[in-house]
Design a protein around this ligand. Structure first.
Ligand code: ATP
Length: 356
């Protein structure tokens, strides 16, 4: 059983609270992604699990063992870093063999294991090369092989794809997921700030911000039921729009009133001041012509993201982003827009937590 359990884990560096009271369970065989912006504490969390940092408070369990006091080399975890950290003077063979040598594995067995793992990762023909003679993707595979050769129970990866160019990154994303989840079924904890990576690879995602866990859930749950405005705006691209207003009830109808517009909501809610309406740029009706209930907006600019176009519209001191219908062309200067009432979120303006 290689489940990993973090109980109330806090890590302080002087006055900086890098991780605050973190409770998280990674199930045996699960692919968990720690997702969050730079500095949110995800690497520190990973390093504590590996034993490279000691928690200030709390407990870390791997399987049924409390590992707080256990040396990193005895934890049965393997870590792959962003930089790969290959030994430049050693061949690929030497690099992969190294952890086995450290563990005192006899020579013949070492050679056998290196060959097996190299074959598994499709790098057998590279064994005599030095790291400097490898492409980024090949170096990545060698780093993986070196981590896998000891057959760890828990695999820890810290932004392992961020040094690769976009095309190889997409390919490696798929390969890594296949290898770790489908071929090996190994418990994996994967750190990234890239939401696409998180959404495509994770069984579950733990979203962190400023050292605090915001939400744990499947990619679907994180995307469709964000726990708060942070998760709502961090996941999804371009980010979710947020507008402050109030809920009013009139003639048995629930309405969101933002002053500049009134939106009839599909659900029943009690009147409530100080809420935030959240809606994704993809979930807005946009028209060239004036329509009942639509808000008029000047287009500040059009942003192309792949085949989709997004219009930026000033709104108070905010900017609303809406996806523009393909038929609209790029010469429009003014549009009328309205969030799709069936795809909105309501957050509490004070706690910023999801109400509906
Ligand atoms: P990134 O994606 O940039 O690596 P991260 O989410 O992994 O960010 P951490 O590296 O875990 O974040 O850092 C969390 C916080 O702890 C940051 O404010 C960071 O500056 C601080 N921190 C991390 N390591 C140390 C250290 N050794 N000494 C002091 N402060 C540290």
């Amino acid at each position: 059983m290689a489940r990993v359990l973090l109980k109330n884990v806090t890590k302080k560096f002087g006055n900086v609270i890098a991780v605050s009271r973190l409770n998280l369970e990674i199930k045996d065989g699960e692919f968990m992604v720690l997702l969050g912006p730079s500095g949110c504490g995800k690497s520190t969390t990973l390093r504590m699990i590996a034993g490279l940092e000691t928690p200030t408070e709390g407990e870390i369990w791997i399987g049924d063992q409390l590992v707080n006091e256990i040396d990193p080399t005895k934890r049965n975890t393997a870590m792959v870093f962003q930089s790969y950290a290959l030994y430049p003077h050693m061949t690929v063979f030497g690099n992969i063999e190294f952890p086995l040598r450290m563990a005192g594995v006899p020579k013949q067995e070492r050679a056998k294991k290196v060959k097996e793992v190299a074959e598994f990762l499709g790098i057998s023909e590279l064994l005599n090369r030095k790291p400097s003679e490898l492409s980024g993707g090949q170096q990545q595979r060698v780093a993986l092989a070196r981590a896998l050769v000891r057959e760890p129970e828990v695999f820890l990866l810290d932004e392992p794809l961020s040094n690769l160019d976009a095309k190889i990154r997409t390919q490696m994303r798929f390969e890594l997921k296949k290898l770790l989840s489908y071929d090996l079924g190994i418990t994996t904890i994967y750190v990234t700030h890239d939401q696409v990576e998180a959404m495509t690879m994770a069984d579950r995602i733990a979203v962190m911000n400023k050292g605090v866990l915001q939400q744990v859930g499947t990619p679907n749950e994180i995307f469709y039921k964000p726990a708060n405005t942070f998760v709502g705006t961090f996941v999804g691209s371009p980010p979710m729009n947020l507008i402050e207003g109030e809920i009013i009830v009139k003639d048995n109808k629930t309405l969101f009133n933002a002053g500049e517009f009134l939106l009839e909501l599909p659900m029943e809610m009690e009147a409530r001041e100080k809420v935030i309406l959240g809606f994704r740029p993809q979930h807005v009706e946009v028209s060239k012509d004036a329509k009942e209930g639509f808000v008029k907006g000047k287009l500040l600019g059009i942003e192309k993201l792949g085949v989709e176009s997004y219009g930026h519209i000033p709104y108070g001191n905010l900017e609303i982003v809406v996806q523009l219908p393909e038929s609209m062309g790029t010469s429009v200067k003014e549009v009328y827009w309205k969030p799709r009432a069936d795809r909105i979120y309501i957050f509490d303006a004070k706690t910023r937590e999801l109400i509906y």
